[in-house]
Design a protein around this ligand. Structure first.
Ligand code: ZN
Length: 468
């Protein structure tokens, strides 16, 4: 039996782990888009490091594109089997993948139309089209949490609640061979304790091997219990005191729902000043409907709130902006307000317009509420530079740029350590740390070794390990 790390090894994106069992059965856990190589991704350059037709089963932990983004590609390249995930993951993946296909097509058209005639052929084509997303989504079989599902003789899959995002799962593969049972657990992306809407990750039991995410293996976050206090701080500074504008770049799926729910809590307590709150993202609107459809997956605090108020995301002054006309109208709106829009790293989408509109306003605050990869506009804003180039135009920054980690959807170093400890039993032989950059991976490896936990590996991209 062996495992090969084909993605998210010593980096955060592109999750793709291949498990080959002794009888040759091949299970691929996640098939994500690798952003750290995005510029090389085009139809000719992108290829799988294995034959997609040889894979027997694909399991998807959750909907985020760095885990799901190449599902249409693998189907397109010859994968014939089923794709297993939870129902909310299927629903959110559909929205995200159709959106991704759409963005790729728009990028292609933009570049194609601007390329000189002799270079048009070199413009990278979309990796997949909308119709290919539809074909891939037809292969999905959904499973509930905590139910063992037999996928072949002596092989079963169980999905365990991972927090992080609605429907996000950890995956336990159980394999019986020569009267021995081996259990391999993939954490997928984990959530935090006391998250705004969803439950705390559930540890996996009786594992022989654990593959664990380590996005923030070396960092301590502000406790998520303080989300309301933290949000109020920025509202008071920007809205109440100076009548300014609070602009929050946020991922449409997961982050936006957390922020809107916290604002809803503040509104119901009568703490929100009487300004309009705009959520300018069609994808966020669709994803919020999926959250509303699955009250059974909410944590007790959110369930209580829902029972009391009848809605998690609705309060006076909240405006969801769907079509472009209303987005254009919002760009003309000059009053004090809160604007939440995507993309979270400010690398595209409608938020760029709002940042452009507010960057020279000393009464505006741009509050970065999530991870911003190096090279992204969000990262540049946080670097403290005085000028910034947005869509080819230079701006002097007069607005306040702030950052909060209170809405992080990944556990911090203490939460990861506690999770690993909760999964750890005497039979656990090895822990593989993935989905983190090297400093975070090494920090967690050190923490575990210092705590006397043996067999902690930090795999390289493409590295293969025998599981005996
Ligand atoms: Zn994720």
């Amino acid at each position: 039996m062996k495992i090969t790390f084909w993605g998210a090894a010593k980096q955060v994106t592109g999750s793709m782990h291949l498990l080959t069992l002794d009888n040759g059965y091949k299970i691929l856990i996640d098939c994500g888009m690798n952003y750290e190589q995005k510029k090389e991704l085009n139809e000719t350059a992108f290829d799988f490091p294995f034959n997609p037709g040889d894979i027997d089963l694909v399991v998807l932990t959750h909907a985020h594109i760095d885990h799901s983004g190449n599902i249409p590609t693998i189907v397109n390249r010859g994968y014939k089997g089923q794709i297993i995930c939870t129902e909310p993951t299927l629903e959110l993946s559909k929205h995200l993948l159709f959106d991704s296909a759409n963005i790729q097509m728009n990028e292609f058209k933009y570049l194609y139309n601007r390329a000189p005639k002799h270079r048009k052929k070199q413009v990278p084509r979309p990796i997949y089209l909308e119709r290919e997303v539809a074909v891939a989504m037809d292969k999905v079989v959904t499973l509930p949490f905590n139910k063992k599902f037999k996928v072949a003789d002596n092989i079963s899959i169980e999905l365990i609640e991972a927090g992080h995002l609605l429907g996000a799962a950890s995956v336990v593969v159980e394999y019986e061979f020569e009267q021995r049972t081996t259990r391999i657990g993939f954490s997928g992306d984990l959530g935090r304790d006391h998250a705004e809407l969803i439950r705390t990750p559930q540890p996996m039991k009786d594992l022989d091997y654990l593959i664990c995410e380590t996005t923030y293996g070396g960092r301590k976050h502000t406790s998520s219990e303080l989300a309301e206090v933290e949000m109020m701080k920025y509202i008071e500074q920007t809205i109440t005191k100076i009548g300014g504008r609070l602009v929050i770049p946020a991922f449409s799926v997961g982050r936006t729902q957390s922020i809107v729910h916290v604002l809803c809590r503040l509104a119901k307590k009568g703490l929100l000043p009487p300004v309009k709150v705009f959520v300018d993202s069609p994808l966020a609107i669709k994803s919020t409907h999926v959250y509303t459809k699955h009250p059974e997956l909410l944590n007790s605090q959110a369930t209580q709130f829902l029972n009391q108020h009848g809605d998690l995301f609705d309060f006076e002054g909240l405006k969801w902006i769907d079509n472009l006309d209303r987005h254009d109208q919002l760009l003309q709106y000059t009053d004090s307000c809160i604007i939440i829009s995507a993309a979270g790293m400010v690398e595209g989408g409608r938020i760029q317009e709002h940042v452009k509109n507010n960057i020279q306003n000393p009464f505006s605050t741009i509050l970065i509420a999530g991870f911003c990869a190096e090279g992204t506009l969000g990262h540049k804003l946080l670097s403290g530079q005085k000028h910034i180039n947005i869509k080819g135009k230079e701006f002097t920054i007069y607005s306040t740029i702030s950052r909060t980690d209170v809405f992080s959807s990944h556990p911090d170093k203490d939460e990861i350590f506690n999770y690993i400890n909760a999964c750890k039993t005497k039979k656990l032989k090895k822990i593989f740390l993935v989905h983190g950059d090297e400093p975070n991976l090494v920090a967690m490896q050190d923490t575990l070794v210092k705590a006397g936990i043996q067999g902690v590996e930090v795999p390289n991209m493409g590295e293969e390990f025998n599981l005996v």
